[in-house]
Ligand binder design. Structure first.
Ligand code: 8YV
Length: 312
């Protein structure tokens, strides 16, 4: 169907399926859409969107017959959904199929930071273990407190896993949820003040920008570790770096950054951080499921059937 403009790069089975099911115009980034010939732009009714660059009203206006943006990813903060709604454009995303993998990465980062995995690996790999003796002692996980900021679908999976590690779960979200045994905090400062580790699992976008503020990080304190698997925007990154550098924060485990993949080089000099290149959903099975859901939304749209996972 040449009415689908495919944005971004797809690999492996996704690439083949996209080519088979939705042949037609392709661009690497949505900013190239306005440069397409007018007849191509006017034919576009759906966009298969894979990317984290802003998809703004200007690009929507360059596609006058656009009705659907099918996003590859659960987070759609790069898409101006309000502008889409105003223009009668529906946005779909790929929720749920990635919850387990993203939650696993949150746990991985927390354990790796708390138990010194990066240092442990180099302790052995360097061949210096005989000279260096034992690695310094690390911090325990079981019996300690953890706060989840944002108890959505992924946040719940994280909390379930950390509860299984015998952590005492606290959380903050817009409203209190059905969570026997977990402690609700109406504001993030109160949450951070009550816990030893903080895991950020918020949606991205303007409403959560800098939500984990300097004040929240100060409440977490010099023994505290922060983990972020959401978006780089949800934490005041400059405030976090200041505190990681001078010891007002014990450490961090981060899968997401401001301006990624151009990560602030201040992170590279820090021994108290564990860093990952936005790999939350990066497994064969989950990426295949995300691609499938994106294509199912596109297929439903072209068939005039109800969309699988609409956002607006
Ligand atoms: C990305 C993610 O979509 O789903 C999300 O919101 O952040 C990731 O799964 C992935 O990096 C593909 O762009």
């Amino acid at each position: 169907m040449s009415e689908t403009l495919v944005v971004g790069s797809y690999d492996g089975p996704d690439k083949d399926a996209m080519e088979r099911d939705f042949p037609g115009p392709r661009v690497a980034e949505i900013t190239e859409a306005p440069d397409l010939p007018a007849d191509v732009r006017e034919a576009v009714r759906a966009v298969a969107y894979k990317g984290h660059e802003p998809f703004t009203a200007a690009e929507m206006d360059a596609l006058p017959n656009l009705k659907l943006i099918a996003n590859f990813g659960v987070g759609y903060d790069s898409i101006d959904v309000a502008a889409a709604t105003e223009r009668g454009v529906t946005v779909t995303n790929t929720p749920d199929v990635l919850n387990d993998d993203v939650a696993d990465v949150a746990v991985m980062l927390l354990l790796a930071q708390r138990r010194g995995l990066i240092e442990a690996d180099s302790w052995v790999r360097s061949g210096d273990w005989p000279q260096r003796g034992m690695q310094p002692l690390q911090r325990t996980i079981a019996g300690t407190t953890v706060g989840i900021v944002g108890l959505g679908r992924i946040g719940r999976e994280i909390a379930d896993r950390l509860a299984a590690l015998k952590m005492e779960v606290h959380y903050h979200s817009r409203s209190e949820k059905e969570t026997p045994g977990w402690t609700y905090h109406a504001d993030p400062v109160s949450l951070a003040g009550a816990v030893e580790s903080l895991v950020v699992s918020l949606v991205g976008g303007p409403e959560t920008e800098g939500y984990v503020s300097a004040e929240v990080l100060d409440a977490l304190g010099s023994e505290g570790v922060v983990v972020n698997i959401s978006r780089g925007t949800t934490i005041d990154e400059g405030a976090m770096l200041d505190r990681l550098e001078d010891g007002r924060l014990a450490g961090a485990g981060l899968d997401v950054f401001l301006n990624e993949p151009d990560v602030d080089p201040r992170f590279f000099a820090l021994a108290n951080v564990v860093l990952a290149p936005h790999v939350g959903s990066a497994t064969h099975a989950t990426r295949a499921a995300m691609g499938r859901l994106q294509r199912d939304n596109l297929a439903a749209f072209h068939a005039g059937a109800p969309l699988k996972t609409p956002v607006n």
